[in-house]
Design a binder for this molecule. Structure first.
Ligand code: HCA
Ligand code: CU
Length: 373
């Protein structure tokens, strides 16, 4: 059974221009817990007082989900996490040659000492540890396996493969995780950034290769353009891979809209699953087919996520769309009305046709005729 780690409150709060209040964080965490995520990454407590307070309050809500605090490989960061009563710490440290030389002015062995001593310290204090070699997918493979093996030896419970700049493709990700799985022999997490729009695809490839936990955020929020979206990932796992799960899929739109409200980031109409257009059909042929059986143009039924399918009336419309519209508006579905409306719709070069336009085309006697099939 795959596990989901939601990082909306940590990675998601790193979205440019987005901050959450402690109260908003608790609302989001409660929804995530009810939805059924396994771990809530609640923040990096050392960053600010309110983040620290938020992590602590979330830890003490009595959720089913375990709570993780983000930490650098610094003992003081672990002490902050301890003061927040979390179950897990996620320690991150990049060991690529470029980063070691240019940012940390260090070398691999010194970095490994720092990482392992921090892991040991966290373990001594009863914490579960995830170690993330940040930018793992661009790190020299020998350094990556060396540091990961040392981290495992020091007590790390999970290694998380961060594709920090979204540099992978699904096939490369599959091969990478497959190789790491046999070289490290530990449960692997993946954390995929969406810089090229491949985060969900790369996460699914990692899952196919054997990663057992996947990082997501609501609405795919995060640094720059974010990471894998909770909604996309869970729906794909449920419907394509048929993974066993206890997720309340019908909560996804609510979660998405709540986070959109708190973050001030609108959900665009073409966002998969939760966007306005996700179950909105347009072309005449599509509408006719969907009325016959929604499966023709829907990968899964709208009702599963608590939504309804609908139709748009513009020049793409066909007879079936118009009939459906007339029925919805409780107007007589007769040849005369259909012909008048289709003529009007097809002559409208730009824009959709509103209910009041339809009323305007038909005179009162036509509107009031009894409905017949
Ligand atoms: C960051 C980078 C990170 C870390 C992931 C992790 C990444 O914001 O600090 O610690 O698991 O993408 O590498 O989000
Ligand atoms: Cu990240």
């Amino acid at each position: 059974m795959v596990e989901i780690l939601d990082s909306t409150l940590r990675e998601g709060e790193q979205t440019p221009g987005v901050t959450f209040s402690v109260e908003e964080k608790i609302t989001i965490a409660s929804l995530l817990d009810e939805f059924g995520v396994d771990i809530i990454e609640a923040g990096h407590p050392r960053v600010s007082d309110d983040i620290c307070r938020g992590v602590k309050e979330i830890s003490n809500q009595g959720y089913k989900a375990e709570i993780l605090a983000h930490c650098r490989a610094i003992k003081e960061d672990i002490d902050f996490a301890r003061s927040c009563d979390v179950d897990w710490v996620g320690i991150f440290f990049c060991v690529s040659n470029q980063r070691l030389e240019q940012q940390f002015r260090s070398n691999l062995n010194r970095a490994i000492n720092l990482i392992t001593s921090t892991i040991e310290y966290a373990k001594e204090h009863g914490l579960k540890v995830r170690y993330t070699p940040e930018d793992a997918t661009r790190t020299e493979y020998a350094s990556l396996t060396k540091v990961s093996k040392a981290a495992i030896e020091a007590g790390a419970d999970r290694i998380s493969i961060a594709d920090t700049v979204g540099a992978m493709t699904p096939i490369k990700m599959y091969e990478f995780v497959n190789k790491l799985k046999s070289d490290l022999k530990i449960k692997l997490n993946v954390h995929c950034h969406n810089d090229l729009g491949l985060a969900t695809a790369n996460s699914l490839a990692a899952y196919e290769a054997g990663a057992t936990m996947i990082d997501v955020t609501v609405n795919g929020m995060g640094e720059r353009v974010g990471i894998t979206s909770l909604t996309e990932l869970c729906i794909a796992l449920h419907f394509i891979y048929k993974t066993k799960n206890n997720w309340k899929l019908d909560m996804l739109p609510e979660l998405s809209h709540k986070v959109s409200e708190f973050s001030g980031m609108n959900i665009s109409p073409n966002t998969p699953i939760v966007g306005k257009n996700a179950f909105l059909h347009n072309a005449g042929l599509h509408v006719a087919a969907v009325l016959n059986n929604p499966k023709h143009y829907e990968i899964f039924p709208a009702e599963i996520v608590g939504r309804k399918r609908s139709f748009v009336l513009d020049k793409m419309a066909g007879k079936q769309t118009i009939k459906q519209k007339l029925e919805q508006m409780k107007i007589a579905v007769c040849d005369n009305n259909i012909t008048k409306i289709i003529h009007y719709v097809k002559s409208k070069e730009k824009g959709t046709v509103s209910d009041s336009e339809i009323m305007g085309i038909l005179d009162n006697s036509e509107i009031q005729m009894p409905i017949f099939q």
